[in-house]
Ligand binder design. Structure first.
Ligand code: SF4
Ligand code: SF4
Length: 469
């Protein structure tokens, strides 16, 4: 008997004891938390579909064209030279994820994860629309293949297929560019290889939402797997207040629950029926819980109906439940939130302060220096200029900014002032002359690139070599 009680720890909710798939039929969620999640999901979906369609100065607002090494983030082109930012993003991102999860648990999973938004707010909504709520869906699946079942199932699968085409085309627009995708669909059979690759990808995507579903969160997602080690008794999670709820028991007319030692949980199982991962949150925090808040809404509705305060299932830490407090924004949570804010601020500052024109100046290999007939000392450099903006630069000038007396000759550029088109990477050869004696031996010099108005756009440190007198 005892072993049976503990059996929820031995297997996952989506697999039966025989090892078969336990299909989940979650009850249609509704309530204040669901409404909030719908608002967030609508905003996220609007951004997802809009970003590839927005162009700023001819640049797609978001583009991650790995094959052509073309990246645009918030309308600003990024180059492989900016990958230090990516490295920084990866490191800070890892710290951010750990800290965020330690404090707020799986907020990401329930509110922002594309998998949850697509599954619960798009595909599942279509399913409710066509097949009805939990009891109707169960009935439909039990019935033999008749006209009604064929009509409903095929309508649902067809709509799933259409959604899949739109979503995968949008995802494709992020990596190949919207113009490419639009042109491709004008004549899809012109590139059969691309069409096949597209349909393989779309089929996998369709399979995830039509069949695999919540198992992505339970079995596949590495972030989901990390939860067990990242959360502790202070983490804010969707939690059942067992102190208030237990001992659970059905509600009867005229019953004195306090006298019977019963808590507020009337064991109606509404929180279980609504759960998209098929778990019973009353068993405690479980790895399957994506913190979708559906059980909070379901239980709040029950509490309203029986005249008890809401929040038997709520956002709370295990400790706050144990200690019977409502406080979730503890000093620790506030401190970690401040650390998160600092990390984000540093990254945004780095992003914004990124130079608009990138300058790199390297000495030409194999050349030391040349003594010119007029007594000057000449060094040879290769300079690389990159325009990281969406506008053209005219008449850029390169100067040595930390030492007087340098004369720079830019080879092959009229009036010595290179222009730089949008996204252009220009390489020029430069001769730098210093009067004899100005520099002795090997010294560091700093080059600066200036726009037409004399604004310093970027600088780069290099070496100048001169004879020692
Ligand atoms: S919905 Fe609330 S009252 Fe009903 S079983 Fe779940 S926790 Fe208990
Ligand atoms: S237990 Fe509640 S919050 Fe967790 S997945 Fe199920 S319904 Fe969502």
């Amino acid at each position: 008997m005892e072993a049976k009680k503990e059996s929820f720890r031995d297997s996952i909710s989506t697999i039966t004891e025989e090892g078969l798939r336990n299909w989940i039929y979650p009850k249609k969620p509704k309530g204040r938390w669901h409404t909030r999640r719908v608002i967030v999901a609508v905003i996220m979906l609007a951004l997802f579909f809009a970003f590839p369609l927005i162009k700023i100065n001819g640049e797609q607002f978001m583009l991650f064209d790995i094959l052509n090494r073309k990246f645009v983030i918030f309308g600003r082109p990024f180059f492989p030279q900016d990958f230090y930012l990516l490295a920084f993003l990866l490191v800070t991102g890892a710290i951010f994820v750990v800290l965020f999860t330690v404090i707020y648990g799986r907020i990401w999973c329930g509110w922002l994860c594309p998998q949850t938004i697509m599954m619960e707010m798009v595909y599942r909504k279509v399913e409710y629309w066509i097949e009805g709520d939990r009891p109707q869906q169960m009935k439909l699946d039990r019935m033999p293949w008749n006209k009604e079942k064929i009509r409903k199932k095929f309508t649902k699968w067809f709509l799933f297929f259409l959604i899949t085409l739109v979503v995968t085309s949008t995802m494709w627009a992020y990596v190949a560019g919207t113009d490419y995708v639009i042109n491709f669909w004008k004549n899809p059979f012109a590139k059969p290889g691309v069409l096949i690759a597209y349909f393989i990808f779309a089929t996998i995507y369709y399979f995830i939402y039509a069949w695999f579903r919540e198992q992505v969160c339970i079995i596949v997602c590495p972030y989901g797997r990390l939860q067990g080690v990242l959360t502790d008794e202070n983490t804010i999670l969707v939690t059942y207040d067992y102190k208030r709820g237990e001992k659970r028991g059905p509600m009867r007319k005229g019953q004195d629950r306090a006298a019977l030692g019963l808590g507020d949980c009337i064991d109606c199982k509404q929180c279980v029926h609504v759960c998209p991962t098929g778990i019973d949150i009353r068993n405690g925090t479980q790895m399957e819980c994506i913190n979708c808040t559906a059980c909070m809404d379901a239980c709040d509705a029950v509490m309203d109906a029986i005249g008890k305060p809401r929040g038997l299932i709520r956002y709370a830490s295990k400790r706050s439940i144990e200690e019977g407090t409502q406080e979730i924004f503890t000093p620790r949570v506030k401190f970690y939130t401040a650390v998160l804010a600092i990390i984000l601020t540093v990254f945004i500052t780095l992003l914004v302060k990124r130079p608009t024109v990138d300058l790199k100046v390297l000495r030409v290999r194999g050349q030391v220096f040349t003594e010119l007939p007029d007594g000057k000392i000449r060094n040879y450099y290769n300079a690389t200029l990159i325009n990281k903006t969406t506008h053209e630069f005219k008449d850029l000038s390169i100067q040595v900014i930390d030492k007087d007396g340098a004369v720079i000759t830019v080879a092959g550029v009229d009036d010595q002032k290179p222009d730089l088109k949008v996204r252009e990477i220009k390489q020029v050869m430069m001769f730098v002359d210093f009067p004899k004696g100005k520099i002795e031996g090997k010294e560091e010099i700093t080059f600066g690139v200036f726009d037409q108005k004399g604004k310093l756009l970027d600088k780069y440190k290099s070496k100048f070599i001169a004879p020692v007198e």
